[in-house]
Design a protein around this ligand. Sequence first.
Ligand code: C5P
Length: 402
Amino acid sequence: MTLKDKRILLIIAGGIAAYKSLDLIRRLRERGAVVIPVMTRAAEEFVTQLAVGALAAHKVHTDLFSREDEIDVGHIRLARDCDLVLVAPATADLMGKMANGLANDLASTILLATDRPVLMAPAMNPKMWSNLAVSRNASQLLSDGVRCIGPMRGEMAEGGEAGTGRMAEPLEIVAEVEKLLDTASKPLAGRKAIVTSGPTHEPIDPVRYIANRSSGTQGHAIAAALARAGADVTLVSGPVTLADPAGVKVIHIERAEEMRDAVLAELPADIAVMVAAVADWRVASASGEKIKKSADGSVPILQFAENPDILKTVGHHEKRPKLVIGFAAETNDIETNARAKLDRKGADLIVANDVSPETGIMGGKRNTVTIVSRDGIERWPEMSKDDVAQKLVAVIAEKLLG
Ligand code: C5P
């Protein structure tokens, strides 16, 4: 009952995706929410008041000038007497009104009058979604503080067309509602997690360094997802351009040895997720001064020394966390290499991903991973790095709590 007694004002606008709003009402109510439905005139072309009202077990509001409703509740009270306003589907028309402050029906008036968070789930034809005016309105709404989920890529309900425009699925919308209202269950409350993320920079001299292409996107997403699940998270991050995730203690380091020291200082912990792309080697004796170009054209020769393997150190440590998870960024023989890594590093789980250049994973927003444990192998389809993080946290909770 993650949404117990939460009052969700659900605005259904007129699009074919309105059929999914019926299921959305059920999913919200299953979690204990009270759903107060508002339908636009156009929505009634797609779903009936009877169906919406029956599923919500609540009166459906439709009319701005309804004498009865205005005496009863009034549109201003309706706009305020809720925890969240959810617009699903949000059509191009309603988004246009919202972005420009128009209010000529009950739905748009509520959206102007409300002081509650607003979450919209746009749904429209892909050509409409990519239209410049719609893009402008969507950006305006985001900068006005309206939250947005989707639209997603895929087949359109009207058939024959695919692209970005499909409304997010009811369960995805519910998860976003839980996130926004911060009511999602916190299975990892009271557990401590250490996450490493990003690249390391290994100095050559005070101005030059050796680095790699890791952006930190996946590691940071995992730290954020662990924190959302209630864990007490320390993120040890190499140099990245990402913002520190909310609700996470972040230690910024540059070199692998600094990363190791920071990680070991955080033990004991229940969970370690080592996502960082730690440089395997450092320059053996980095110069204290900038190396000058020589007049005779001779070039410096760098000697390397092996860096500490942080995952292996943690995996074999006397204060070893109950769950140790490593990543394996491979360009070939992904699963074989991942299995070998499990034992070598003392890990419980290896998340293997293909980082060959054609995947675009390094620095990208999506990822295709294979989860390798002693129980077997599980291949996950391509998904966003946020979704990988969310699913991985569910696996962590399951392994830790049984
Ligand atoms: O051996 P390889 O670098 O492929 O292993 C990758 C995994 O080991 C990742 O989880 C990475 O964070 C971790 N690692 C580490 N310290 C190193 C090298 C890798 O923690 N020096």
